[in-house]
Design a protein around this ligand. Structure first.
Ligand code: 4FV
Length: 258
């Protein structure tokens, strides 16, 4: 029976995106889990067209960079007008500007944002926005990764998708975002399903043993081992209990034997 998200009477988490391309939304956020949660009013989406605040009959929103250089820069006065308009409906929500210079977006920030009323997201275009509006409107700069996108819209969608999964009722019954990768600061353990033998490789026997304590121990050891192999900095940041340290040591020993 497919999961039907239910808001259970909770007020929706409200996402507002300031963008030059409102037609991009909801886009991928309108299907599957995020789409069902939108339909169930677990969250709502509003776009504010920055072009509506453009200047003159050409509704200009950008201009040449001061000091020369390639590309264009979004005008502070235009973006500030769009922000002030959006703020009228969202006096409390945090205001985030998606930019490669921002603090790195991660599961902890997704969880933090999911516990608030919603977000105001500024999706930039061009080379960026005039620096003065970032301070003038106390924007929090957030990056989804060390690469340059052609616009902030896709980054806004990534952020919203990660937050919506955290919202109560969004995930299927019995499913909790608590099982996600990074939920406990570790990479997820390997997943398996039928067929029990695939190209000669069987599902690890413990996983079909029905012995839940052993399964949980196997998964934690696999998570610790994989995190140690692929993202050791996550282990530094998280720290390990004595039991986890012993389990990781066991993983390393077994690796040597393989
Ligand atoms: C980006 C990122 C990103 C930079 C110039 C939009 C583009 C253009 N946003 N994480 N990486 N933004 O590349 O969040 O305005």
């Amino acid at each position: 029976m497919p999961h039907v998200p239910k808001s259970n009477g909770r007020p929706p988490w409200r996402a507002t995106v300031l963008t030059l391309f409102p037609e991009m939304f909801p886009g991928p956020l309108g299907v599957s889990l995020a789409g069902q949660a939108l339909t169930a009013a677990i969250w709502t989406l509003r776009t504010v067209p920055i072009r509506d605040f453009g200047l003159g009959r050409h509704r200009t929103v950008d201009d040449a960079p001061a000091g020369g250089g390639a590309g264009m820069v979004m005008r502070a006065d235009v973006l500030a007008a769009a922000i002030d308009h959006a703020r009228e409906a969202e006096p409390q929500a945090p205001l985030l500007y998606l930019s490669p210079r921002g603090e790195r977006f991660d599961q902890a920030l997704a969880r933090e944002l999911s516990s608030g009323p919603g977000v105001l997201l500024v999706a930039g275009r061009f080379e960026g926005v005039d620096e003065r509006v970032i301070a003038a409107r106390s924007m929090r700069e957030v990056s989804i990764g060390d690469y340059v996108l052609s616009g902030g819209e896709l980054a806004a969608m990534v952020l919203i998708d990660a937050v919506v999964r955290q919202l109560p009722g969004a995930l299927g019954d019995g499913m909790s975002a608590g099982q996600d990768s990074f939920a406990n600061g570790l990479l997820e353990a390997p997943q398996y399903t039928r067929p029990e033998v695939y190209e000669g490789e069987a599902v690890p026997p413990v996983l079909v043993s029905g012995h839940h304590a052993k399964i949980e121990r196997w998964r934690l050891k696999a998570s610790l081992g994989r995190t140690w192999q692929r993202r050791p900095e996550l282990l530094e940041r998280r720290g390990l209990s004595d039991a986890e340290r012993a389990l990781l040591q066991e993983f390393k020993e077994e690796l040597k034997k393989d």
